[in-house]
Ligand binder design. Structure first.
Ligand code: NAD
Length: 478
């Protein structure tokens, strides 16, 4: 018996949760349910996080959380409960299978069986943003080695456990050589540990186009957070319907399972909603807690029901569907099919041991890190980079000299193009002068001099070499 936390959520949430629980309990799921309240009521009671402190205790104690969609009220500083939950509980892996149910659910892609494994905690979603000048704001894209190792290893272990043949990595490392470059590099390192699983890397733009056009070319796809957020919705949609997909959010301690759609408030309370997305989440939950036989039984009964043409309104099509049913009738139909298998669609068969066995991250020995320069970012509303260079050169120290100025990453001094559009946000790169080394004291001196010469420094960014390799981007055109 496994104790799980359940939240029925808002809108169609309670109906689809009741249907889902009814199906899995009828299949013999050994679960004990502890219910908590999250979402709209909690938000409107004045809790901007949508969840009470005591509910966190329940989630952390039980470690397994099945969550129906919630309504996030518009405006008012309400925080997304999903994002908060993922970050607080360290749910680093978001797993979303997207399978076509052709010919029973209309899709342009009859052959499609993809699992998107999305990094869930970092990247631009670290949410570190600043306005720096009148014209420029920034969002920090943070990618860490532990973050990459954990998610890439998860993707390969998932592939191994579920008998998948290939893991593909999507990044944009031709442009973001440091951040996406690290993700790709870690992918290549870890792929070597799984010689029986094919691996490949695609640049995200052409990879995404290929996935949308020829999804049968892919199996498991692993990617950083933002790309995964966008492409997992694309994948679910082109498989047939976002209403049919579930997702798992997995951490080292806890896990959360849900449907990918929202609370569909306009459909609430009418016995109309399709419970399939949440049911898919619940099936992933059952495999996660080791109840794989039950998971298999429910999945095959669900496939059989889809195949029988017993469909809720959202996927009902004359000529394909045989019966239009409501939420409750759909659940009853799935229950009646427990112990049956689909005949056209591929029946699933889960290994007894589907709980993934992932090693803890171990930190590598520190590299030799050298300070080799500093970027001083300046707010300056002027136009001529040569003028700025003359001004900024005044702050140089005996060891640190101005070598380059860029604007939005493009080199504008020395020898810039007059056609390059410039904002009020300038990066002034200082490197060691001939025969010198830069120390942190030079940076302090640069900043002191900047005050003296009335230069508006927004921030500095140190330039490092790790084990002798420069670890920062060059200016575009440098
Ligand atoms: P939505 O997913 O709720 O609805 C989009 C469309 O799909 C609607 O036409 C809806 O009727 C239909 N639909 C969705 N799920 C369905 C189902 N199970 N059966 C039948 N039809 C279904 O997206 P939305 O309208 O943009 O958002 C509504 C609310 O849900 C918002 O408050 C949003 O913040 C919230 N939301 C919550 C989650 C979550 O809790 N995980 C995710 C997304 C959106």
């Amino acid at each position: 018996m496994t104790r799980i936390t359940v939240a029925k959520g808002d809108g169609i949430g309670p109906e689809i949760m009741d249907a889902t629980l009814k199906i899995i309990l009828a299949a013999g799921a050994q679960i004990e349910i502890e219910e908590i309240e999250v979402g709209e009521k909690v938000y409107l009671a004045g809790n901007t996080s949508g969840i009470a402190a005591s509910s966190w205790d329940t989630i952390r104690r039980n470690k397994v959380f099945l969550k129906a969609p919630i309504t996030t009220p518009q405006g008012g500083g309400y925080k997304s409960l999903n994002v908060t939950t993922r970050k607080f509980l360290g749910l680093y892996a978001n797993v979303r299978p997207c399978v076509s149910l052709h010919p029973f659910v209309k899709t342009k892609h009859p052959v499609m069986d993809i699992v998107i494994v999305r990094e869930n905690e970092e990247d631009l979603y670290a949410g570190i943003e600043h306005q720096q000048t009148d014209e420029v704001v920034q969002c920090l894209k943070l990618i860490s080695r532990p973050g990459c190792e954990k998610i890439v290893r998860y993707a390969f272990e998932y592939a191994k456990q579920y008998g998948r043949k290939k893991v593909t990595c999507f990044t944009k490392d031709n442009i973001m050589k440091q951040t996406d470059g690290l993700f790709h590099q870690v992918f290549d390192e870890i792929a070597k540990e799984y010689p029986t699983i094919e691996n490949e890397h695609w640049i995200i733009d052409i990879g995404a186009a290929k996935m949308a056009d020829t999804p049968e070319a892919f199996d498991v796809i692993v990617m950083p957070n933002l790309y995964g957020d966008v492409l997992s919705d694309v994948a679910a949609q082109i498989a047939g319907s976002v209403g049919l997909a579930g997702s798992a959010n997995i951490g080292e301690e806890c896990a959360m399972f849900e449907a990918i759609h929202g609370s569909a408030p306009r459909r609430a309370g009418q016995n109309l909603a399709n419970p399939s997305g949440l049911l898919q989440g619940a099936i992933m939950m059952l495999t996660h807690i080791g109840q794989t036989e039950i998971a298999e039984k429910v999945q095959n009964a669900w496939l059989k029901t889809m195949e029988d043409g017993i469909h809720t309104y959202d996927i009902f099509k004359e000529g394909i569907s045989t019966q239009k049913v409501g939420t409750q009738e759909f659940a009853e139909a799935v229950i009646a099919n427990l112990d049956k298998k689909p005949s056209t669609l591929k029946a699933v068969s889960y290994d007894k041991e589907t709980a993934l066995n992932l090693p803890k991250y171990t930190r590598k020995p520190a590299a030799k890190k050298e300070l080799v320069g500093v970027d001083v970012f300046v707010h300056w509303p002027g136009e001529d980079p040569n003028f700025l260079a003359d001004k900024v050169r005044n702050i140089a120290t005996s060891a640190a000299k101005l070598t380059m100025i860029t604007n939005r990453g493009i080199k504008v001094w020395p020898e810039g193009f007059k056609e390059t559009f410039c904002t009020d946000h300038w990066r002034c790169r200082f490197k060691p002068s001939e025969g010198s080394i830069i120390t942190p004291l030079d940076i302090v001196e640069l900043l002191n001099n900047a005050i003296e010469f009335d230069i508006d420094v927004i921030k500095t960014e140190n330039l490092y070499a790790f084990n002798g390799t420069a670890a920062f981007s060059l200016g575009q055109g440098q």
